[in-house]
Design a protein around this ligand. Structure first.
Ligand SMILES: Nc1ncnc2c1ncn2[C@@H]1O[C@H](COP(=O)(O)OP(=O)(O)O)[C@@H](O)[C@H]1O
Ligand SMILES: [Mg+2]
Length: 676
């Protein structure tokens, strides 16, 4: 329901009242002279007018000679225009308002139908559900084309639209994964602005690992929409040479604004590398202004990262915090889309679904269940309670479906379940809070069997695929799959060591970057030797990959230097040994060296594991270091007295702990050595 403000001059009060009657109770309409909800005797009228104007989504202006002559009416039009409200000029005696001459003026004799239509379109985001369109998108976010079946977020859409219209700067929509950020922006906000002639809405894009390429693609599509036939390269060149502001000047006139939407902006930190992030942030900083507005959906835990980007210093970064859907509106998100699509749902089933969903935090699960309940049900059909039971309820449907798809993938590909799950687990990375977060992988980089296996999951919509110039990228449809499907969660847990190792490399890499990439912040030889085999390149951000590669180069250089020095020493040593101890003595020396080497290697593995768990289990990390020190003391195993005392007090590593943290490495009882 749109809030409508009727602006008119005193002589035109009759037509203004008529308009209010036309709109009836379908909209919240404000007319200052209305006896009930207009301005009351003794009320501070200026404040009230300002307040109503600020709250309005649409302003109907009765345009006449009198209204143009009235400075107050002119101010109302100018304010509404500046706030970005939907302006609907209704014309008396063919008069055109000079401030909004670019807008179509509707003669008052035919205005009723036009106004009703424009406001209905505004309410529905201007779209209907196409015949073959499903009303429930499942794990996917709602898109602009699904705005007609997007329910439960009217207030939020309105509040967000108001913030965007008011600008300026960069507005983030923040909230936890799955609370509905992408859906709100696409099916709520963008659908509303798409029909507003004063906005040119760029299709939303994900930064991925090449944000400039992603933005260039969106620019190309937007340019096409306004009649420019730019190639992708041309769009990119324009961005690089003229900046966003220059591009906007070519795409929109002075009285229009360009809205750029970055979806899943956390990818700027999880997928793009530092250089590409900087390029994009610089483009945004220079481009943002009255003509260019940017909105970004972002998981809350990345807001600080965005706010502290040096390239965005001085940019106003606003945030709109999206709370999970309230329990009271769960009902409407089930019945609303069903009604639009002509599907029937028994009230008992609705009540059951609401009860089982319990809170808006399980929204992706509800969405998934609804999609499967409605699958292949024709228009006019009924969603069935039996099918709901069969699906396994809101909390069981996703897991049960995933189990079935896994079985199907086993028979289609010939791969075992474990193998398939470990491939799926590659689609998760741990973020810096330790939560699994989605990652997309390039299909071209996988072997043929893996490609075939993942395609099975794409076909059943548990994974999504999209393409760019680097190929076809696959990722989970929603992170809920990681948390709700136990076999996959277990597979991810098994990869924990690798993922944790990757996480610790990420942490070190960020310190290295903050520390001006100083050599002493690179991994030392022992840690590198033990950590490198644990991490897969796919789990690392480009920054962390670069950190690991730079560490490798430095270690190789140090090793070369040491080999060179050792060659000189060993030649002297060999002469000494042959001359002084003879063959038997040499054998004993070699045995001792081999055992020392074994100890040193084990100690290295212990230190590396300590490095891996140092944030998640600091006490264990200390004990691992003590064990390493007992086997082969080195500067890496050295601990301050207090830390050492505290770790020794909690005991040596048990055989069980050893096997858990150092699988594949023979157990060494280090307790006795520690006491020495
Ligand atoms: N208003 C809504 N009504 C019903 N389902 C919704 C609504 N908003 C989001 N969803 C569903 O919730 C899940 C998460 O939505 P999404 O927009 O992807 O969240 P986020 O971007 O915060 O992760 C998706 O399955 C989506 O279809
Ligand atoms: Mg999202």
């Amino acid at each position: 329901m749109a809030r409508v403000f009727i602006s008119h001059a005193t002589p035109d009060v009759a037509i203004a009242t008529l308009i209010r009657d036309w709109l009836g109770t379908d909209h919240e309409t404000f007319l200052e002279v209305h006896p009930e909800d207009g301005i009351q005797v003794g009320e501070a009228w200026r404040e009230r007018l300002h307040d109503e104007l600020r709250k309005a989504d649409a302003v109907v202006c009765v345009v006449s000679e009198a209204s143009i002559a009235s400075s107050w009416c002119t101010a109302e039009v100018a304010i509404a225009d500046a706030l970005g409200c939907l302006l609907l000029p209704v014309q008396l005696e063919g008069v055109i308002h000079p401030l909004i001459r670019h807008l179509n003026h509707i003669p008052h004799t035919t205005a009723r139908e036009h106004l009703e239509k424009a406001l209905r379109q505004f309410d529905a985001g201007g779209r209907k559900l196409a015949k073959d369109q499903e009303p429930f998108p499942g794990l996917d976010a709602f898109t602009t084309s699904l705005s007609a079946v997007f329910f439960g977020r009217d207030q939020e859409t309105r509040a967000l639209a108001r913030k965007v219209r008011r600008g300026p700067g960069l507005l983030t929509v923040v909230g936890p994964s799955g609370c509905g950020k992408s859906s709100l922006v696409k099916a709520g906000l963008l659908a509303q602005l798409a029909d507003d002639p004063r906005w040119l809405v760029m299709p939303p894009w994900l930064p991925g690992n090449d944000p400039l390429d992603a933005l260039s693609r969106a620019v190309r599509k937007t340019a096409e929409r306004v009649g420019h036939d730019w190639s992708l390269q041309e769009a990119r060149d324009r961005l690089v040479l003229d900046g966003l502001h220059g591009v906007a000047q070519e795409l929109v006139d002075e009285d229009r604004r360009l809205l750029i939407t970055i979806d899943q902006a956390e990818e700027l930190f999880t997928r793009a590398d530092e250089k590409d992030r900087q390029v994009l942030a610089n483009l945004l900083r220079e481009g943002l202004g009255d003509r260019v507005r940017v909105i970004a959906t972002l998981r809350s835990e990345f807001l600080d990262d965005l706010r502290t980007l040096p390239e965005l210093a001085g940019v106003h970064i606003g945030s709109y915090v999206l709370a999970p859907l309230a329990r009271e509106v769960l009902n409407i998100v089930i019945t609303g889309p069903a009604k639009v699509a002509g599907l029937k749902v028994h009230p008992e089933l609705v009540a059951q679904l609401v009860e089982d969903t319990a809170s808006g935090e399980a929204l992706p699960l509800l969405a998934f269940t609804l999609q499967h309940l409605a699958m292949n049900v024709p228009r006019g059909g009924t969603l069935s309670s039996e099918r709901y039971e069969h699906l396994g309820g809101v909390h069981g449907a996703l897991a049960q479906h995933a189990d079935d798809v896994l079985d199907g993938a086993v028979s289609e590909t010939g791969l075992g379940k474990e193998e398939l799950l470990s491939r799926l687990a590659m689609l998760a990375a741990l973020d810096h809070t330790g939560l699994p977060t989605r990652k997309r992988v390039n299909l071209a980089q996988l072997d043929e069997t893996a490609q075939k296996a993942l395609e099975v999951f794409v076909r059943h919509r548990l994974l999504t695929a999209n393409g760019d110039k680097q190929g076809r990228w696959i990722g989970v449809a929603h992170e809920a799959l990681f948390t709700e499907w136990r076999p996959l969660r277990n597979a991810i847990d098994e990869r924990q060591i690798g993922l944790r190792a990757a996480q610790s490399v990420e942490l070190d890499a960020s310190q290295w970057i903050e520390g001006a990439r100083a050599d002493h912040l690179l991994l030392n030889e022992d840690t590198f030797a033990a950590i490198e085999p644990l991490v897969s390149d796919d789990d690392l951000s480009p920054d962390a990959r670069r950190y690991l590669a730079t560490s490798r180069v430095r270690i190789h250089a140090l090793q070369r230097q040491r080999r060179h020095e050792r060659r000189r020493t060993t030649s002297w040593l060999a002469v000494f040994l042959v001359a002084a101890v003879g063959a038997a003595g040499l054998a004993a020396f070699q045995w001792h060296t081999a055992s020392a080497q074994r100890d040193a290697a084990t100690a290295r593995a212990l230190v590396a594991q300590a490095q891996v768990v140092r944030n998640s289990a600091p006490q264990l990390a200390l004990r691992l270091r003590i064990a390493a020190h007992a086997l082969a003391p080195s500067p890496d195993t050295e601990l301050a007295d207090a830390a050492r005392a505290c770790a020794v007090a909690s005991g040596g590593l048990s055989r069980h702990e050893w096997q858990q943290h150092l699988p594949g490495l023979a157990y060494r009882d280090t307790c006795a050595r520690q006491e020495n």
